[in-house]
Design a protein around this ligand. Structure first.
Ligand SMILES: [Zn+2]
Length: 572
């Protein structure tokens, strides 16, 4: 029989014992929760003590319920982590420099892949997870995801998020934090999806307005692995309502994850030996979290798609993050002695095809999920003659192509698209519909309107402010992407005075003049805090949605070349 570090029976056996003796209502197990993991109510904790003869803990009795004492656990746990899968279940090619959205921006410290090659695919991720479980013992390993998980791909749209969650459930994830893109199909759909999987998807700072309670329930979970109680807390991006369709999250309000963590961590600390925050807030905010909230041991991060290795120590917390798009698996070994974290060893497995084998069961499962949709997924729209990347905080080649198609369609002076932080670089060769929708997944309208030169300047200044706000908590979105404009943004200047040398169609911009503009429904609605689009005149929606205009434009081009670039000069 497999035994845990302190001679407990298998967790399965412990759990079976628990379900026999614990009143059902106290076991907050999701309907299909596997035996591998259980939740940390006081009752389950007490029963756990009783079952495990927990070293150093007081002898448990059922009546009256004792207050759990901080235990002095010893043990070693392995925390496996992913983030920002963005529905990307297939392998893809990476090149250093520009591989995914956030590896395209030059000068950022953490986010590069170490070498070129084919990486990822969920089956390969599953293979790596299963191998580590075999090595360390399944009972010593937990697997968490830090959000932006199931949307943002054509297959995601066609299954409303189910495709990714089905494979994650099959792999036995322990816990997931909701990311800002995990509300893309409405909060109601996210609630439906939670009913389909056995692991909790949570966010302590996503609050249901009507009840004041966290969305989908208790955002904490205490699991035991490696003989150690691991307290998990989920946080989402506090500006979620500014990054997607506002209608999707009308029932929710989003609070600062830092404020909310201050409320949850002390109580979680009482119930656990190790406190892990699974955080979809980005590396900058995670550092603030570590600095400002005591009692956190580990922050498993997401949202900024960074490769944080070795872990960063901020305050008492170790911060990790493992790239994006199911291309990497983070592994963290945490050694606990006397109930305290003594040592943390971290690695990131970039899942290169020449090093990691796909798990056969998942290859078959993915094939079966894709099969009904294969015709639309694999439809070839055009051919790329070069790499065309998505960049986030700088001029983005694929967005320049799209903005130019939109501008030409509307015969406008200028086109604007939001700066997006997900997606994988298009490689030379066939461009399929799946690849395009993976870069522009959110259904939106194409908008015609007129803006004055002053309003265009306001848009550009807002973009500069989003990139470098006075308060790091106000960061939202990437550089606004444009066609028909040349401009310089100097982030070293004060907010509001950062944009200069703006020209439209080759002539210096005239603040009083009215220009014809194309954009999309998201920016019109105020995504990323752009208020100027709603203040324009002659606002109308095109008969064709943005996605149709884009696909038709690419088909007409047949061969898509990388744009020359250089329309934006960015000074940091
Ligand atoms: Zn995100």
């Amino acid at each position: 029989m497999v035994r845990c570090g302190r001679g407990c029976p298998t967790e399965k056996n412990v759990h079976n014992t628990m379900t026999r003796f614990a009143p059902r209502s106290t076991l907050r197990l999701p309907a299909l929760m596997k035996c591998r993991v259980w939740t940390g109510t006081v009752t389950t904790f007490v029963l756990l003590l009783a079952s495990c003869s927990y070293a150093g803990a007081p002898k448990a009795s059922i009546d009256p319920p004792p207050v759990p004492q901080p235990a002095r656990a010893h043990g070693t746990i392995c925390i496996l982590h992913t983030n920002d899968i963005h529905g990307d279940l297939r392998e893809f090619r990476v090149d250093t420099g520009t591989a995914t959205a956030q590896t395209g921006d030059r000068g950022r410290a953490f986010q590069q892949y170490p070498r070129a090659g084919v990486v990822g695919g969920f089956a390969r991720l599953a293979g790596a997870v299963e191998k580590i479980r075999r090595t360390h013992g399944t009972q010593n390993v937990i697997l968490v995801d830090a959000g932006d998980t199931f949307g943002d791909q054509l297959l995601s749209n066609l299954t409303r998020g189910e495709a990714t969650l089905r494979v994650m459930d099959a792999l036995g994830y322990t816990f997931m934090a909701l990311g800002n893109h995990d509300f893309e199909y409405t909060a109601a759909n996210t609630r439906r999806l939670q009913g389909l999987v056995r692991f909790p998807m949570r966010a302590a700072n996503a609050i249901v307005v009507a009840t004041g309670q966290p969305f989908l329930g208790d955002p904490t979970e205490v699991v035991t692995a490696g003989g150690v109680r691991v307290g998990l807390l989920a946080l989402t991006y506090h500006n979620t309502d500014q990054t997607g369709n506002r209608d999707n999250t009308r029932e929710l309000k989003f609070r600062s994850g830092i404020d909310v963590a201050r409320e949850y961590v002390p109580a979680l600390r009482q119930r656990a030996d190790v406190v892990v925050v699974v955080s979809h807030q980005g590396a900058v905010v995670d550092s603030l979290l570590g600095e400002r909230v005591p009692g956190i041991d580990i922050i498993v991060g997401g949202h900024s798609h960074d490769r944080i290795q070795p872990p960063r120590r901020v305050g008492g917390a170790w911060i990790v993050q493992a790239l994006s798009d199911a291309s990497a698996l983070g592994e963290l070994t945490v050694v606990v002695e006397q109930g305290r974290v003594r040592r943390v060893v971290s690695s990131i497995h970039e899942l290169y095809a020449d090093q990691y084998q796909p798990e056969r069961r998942f290859v078959q499962l993915l094939d079966s999920i894709r099969a009904p949709f294969r015709d639309t997924l694999d439809a070839v729209v055009a051919t790329a003659s070069a790499r065309i990347g998505r960049h986030y905080k700088s001029e983005s080649p694929v967005d320049v192509v799209a903005a130019e198609i939109l501008r030409a369609h509307g015969q406008a002076d200028v086109a604007f698209l939001p700066g997006l932080g997900f997606g994988v670089t298009i490689q030379p060769g066939p461009i399929t519909r799946e690849m395009i929708v993976g870069l522009f997944p959110h259904p939106t309208s194409a908008v015609h309107e007129r803006l004055t030169g002053a309003q265009i300047m306001q848009v550009l200044e807002q973009s500069a402010t989003n990139l470098r706000p006075a308060d790091d908590m106000d960061r939202v979105g990437g550089l606004v992407q444009t066609a028909g404009l040349r401009w310089t943004v100097d982030l070293t200047k004060a907010a509001g005075q950062r944009v200069r040398d703006v020209s439209v169609g080759g002539a210096p911009i005239d603040r009083a003049k009215s220009y014809s503009v194309m954009t999309n429904g998201g920016l019109l609605q105020g995504t990323h805090r752009y208020s100027a689009f709603a203040e324009g005149t002659d606002i109308g929606r095109d008969a064709k949605p943005f996605g149709v205009i884009l696909e038709e434009g690419l088909r007409a081009m047949r061969t898509v070349r990388a744009p020359a670039g250089g329309s934006v000069t960015l000074l940091r």
